[in-house]
Design a protein around this ligand. Structure first.
Ligand code: ADP
Ligand code: MG
Length: 611
């Protein structure tokens, strides 16, 4: 087999395993108990909704009974007098049922929506409380699905499922009771069709469960594929991968269609079967009921009235509606249980980085940083930082250099406590970062990274980032001081111009300038620049230097930089290699030393120095 075939086989295997897994998991009713807890804050409304459902179920046979009475008491004996009243009663019962149904539908939908809102709030705030390590492991798409579609499936369960199933089952029993009450002999005769329906719906549910699950798995596969291909369209087109990707898409698309057609087939089979069985019941009523009415045999004489026959015909036609509905709802219940399992797994993931119970107020100092023998690994045993110690005095600018992958970005992330270290201590103004509230710590620090994230909104909104205390004048000031105002001037509506994360209205370098302005507006005690100048073109070198100098002035700054000019200005340079702090000193000291810094300088910076 060539490598392509091996890959292809692995892919098919993975798909099969995914589908198998989806089919094996059947809902665990214990999940339902936990779900019902979400109804607790609204238990009064739920009680009323349930009460209404009971009323509706009890009233369902009322119109049929009125018609029966009209036939037996008025029409057959030739009594004109009461007909208008019976017609009036019929209308009245319809009106009562209408109001009950309207109210209960509305109430149930409202309960469902409010519960969904609560649940979404809970899931979102839970996601927010997770440390970055969590996001390293959970793809964005998966988390979005939790908050949107999984919650929606639960809504279907709340809105139609729980109360609907209850009402339907109850009305089935009520109708049967009414039939028994008026004519138990005829009722006994039609009872044998019930096992037939039970068998058919059991079979339907099993088959439709399989195809329905397959449809869902394949649909989500299709979605993931679409998402990846749209996001990565630039890469696809640049490498002319359109045709192979299109063929893969076609394959996924077909698989989804086939599963869906199977689902449709199950419905196409089941509903007519219900009709046939209903007709079977009607045939029994016509045949046996008719014989009872005609009273050929003395024992049966007068055992049935015309009104009763009419009642049975109407009841039979209504009788299996609940069966149909219940079978359809089986899927809702199943997928809701699956969705709730996934939601609960998410909600049960405890944040691994938490605030201390008795947080220490950060000291009055203004940004002294100390790393003491810091050891850190993203994955157990794979040390990324190995015993790093250094101090940055208040107001100093510290440059950090080292080859790609040596652990520079990790150092910054640890300072912000995005991850917890395994050994050692990180102190900010003399307090261990684990002893402060995360909010207090991060209040002191502004980070500017190579990839700048812009939120959908305006330029000004992206500088302000929700801090209402930052005035428009302040925004204009910081933009001017960082040189971003030159960019803003070119934009159609200045500070009110719209930006989008993927809208590409700003170049990467321009976005970095924006994030400089963001940091300056924030005015932190500690500033972290992680290759924040990598994408700003060299024409604006001088301006850039000024911007960086403005940013660093008066605060402790850790700067990971590619640019010699930035490094030269630093009070101290730390050289990181394979997670070790190998050299430390000023530019001149390190050059004289002739170690790793010297080599990096010769490789990367000398050109810049010359140019
Ligand atoms: N989120 C992460 N999970 C696991 N490993 C990571 C993660 N981020 C970085 N690493 C690894 O840690 C090492 C240091 O990475 P990083 O600090 O980003 O290096 P630098 O910024 O110096 O290029 C690299 O080997 C990298 O693969
Ligand atoms: Mg990095």
């Amino acid at each position: 087999m060539n490598p392509a075939e091996v890959l292809e086989k692995a892919r098919q295997e993975r798909y099969r395993a995914e589908e198998q897994e989806a089919l094996q998991r059947r809902g665990d009713l214990r999940q339902m108990k936990r779900l019902l807890r979400y109804l607790r804050p609204r238990r009064k409304q739920v009680a009323i909704a349930v009460l209404f459902s009971v009323l509706i179920a009890i009233l369902t046979p009322l119109p049929m009974v009125i018609i029966k009475e009209a036939i037996d008491v008025y029409i057959m004996p030739g009594n004109y007098g009461g007909l208008a009243m019976m017609a009036g009663l019929l209308l009245l019962s319809a009106i009562v049922i209408f109001f009950l149904e309207k109210t209960s539908h509305y109430m149930i939908a409202k309960i469902g929506q409010q519960t969904m809102r609560d649940l979404r709030q809970e899931v979102f705030s839970h996601i927010q409380s997770q440390p970055l390590r969590f996001f390293d492991r959970n793809p964005v798409g998966r988390l979005i699905t939790r908050v949107t579609s999984d919650v929606n499936v639960l809504n279907e369960l709340f809105a139609q499922g729980v109360v609907g199933i209850f009402q339907q089952s109850f009305s089935l029993v009520v109708i049967l009771g009414v039939l028994f009450f008026f004519n138990w002999q005829l009722t006994l005769l039609i009872l044998p069709i019930i096992p037939l329906i039970a068998l058919a719906s059991w079979n339907f549910r099993n088959n439709v469960f399989v195809s329905y699950r397959l449809t869902r798995v394949r649909l989500s596969r299709l979605n993931t594929f679409m998402q990846e291909n749209i996001t990565g369209m630039r890469t696809v087109q640049a490498n002319t991968r359109e045709d192979p990707q299109f063929r893969l898409f076609d394959e996924l698309n077909r698989a989804h269609r086939d599963a869906h057609i199977k689902t449709v087939f199950q419905y196409a089979l089941f509903f007519p079967i219900v009709e046939v069985v209903t007709t079977l019941g009607l045939a029994i009523v016509v045949w046996q009921g008719g014989r009872m009415f005609l009273a050929e045999e003395a024992a049966l004489a007068g055992a049935v009235t015309v009104g009763q026959l009419a009642l049975f015909v109407q009841a039979l036609e209504r009788f299996f509606q609940p069966v149909k509905d219940l079978s359809e709802k089986y899927n809702i219940v199943q997928s809701a249980i699956a969705a709730s399992e996934r939601l609960f797994v998410l909600l049960d993931t405890k944040p691994t980085i938490v605030d201390p119970e008795q947080p220490v107020q950060p000291g009055v100092g203004a940004g002294r940083i100390e790393f003491r023998d810091v050891w850190f690994a993203y994955n157990p045993g794979e040390w990324v930082l190995k015993g790093v110690s250094f101090t940055a005095e208040q107001g100093q600018t510290i440059a950090i250099v080292g080859p790609t992958g040596s652990g520079k970005t990790t150092l910054m992330a640890l300072l912000c406590r995005f991850y917890d270290i395994q050994k050692g201590e990180i102190l900010v103004d003399g307090v261990d970062v684990r002893d402060m509230r995360q909010a207090d710590l991060r209040e002191k620090i502004a980070i500017v990274m190579q990839d700048v994230f812009l939120f959908h909104g305006t330029v000004a909104g992206n500088v302000r980032l929700g801090r209402d205390s930052i005035t428009d004048e302040r925004i204009a000031e910081v933009c001017e001081r960082t040189g971003f105002d030159n960019v803003v001037r070119r934009l159609p509506s200045g500070y009110e111009s719209g930006v989008k994360e993927r809208g590409a209205t700003l170049s990467t370098g321009e976005k970095q300038l924006l994030s400089f302005a963001r940091a300056l507006a924030f005015d932190p005690q500690i500033l972290v620049l992680d290759e924040a100048t990598a994408n700003i073109d060299t024409q604006s070198e001088e301006q850039l230097q000024r911007a960086v100098a403005t940013l660093c002035a008066g605060r402790t700054s850790l700067v990971i930089a590619h640019r010699l000019s930035t490094i030269q200005r630093a009070h101290k340079i730390l050289v990181i290699h394979h997670g070790h702090l190998v050299e430390e000193g000023t530019h001149q000291e390190l050059l004289r030393r002739g170690g790793l810094y010297r080599r990096l300088y010769d490789l990367q910076y000398r050109e810049q120095a010359a140019g």
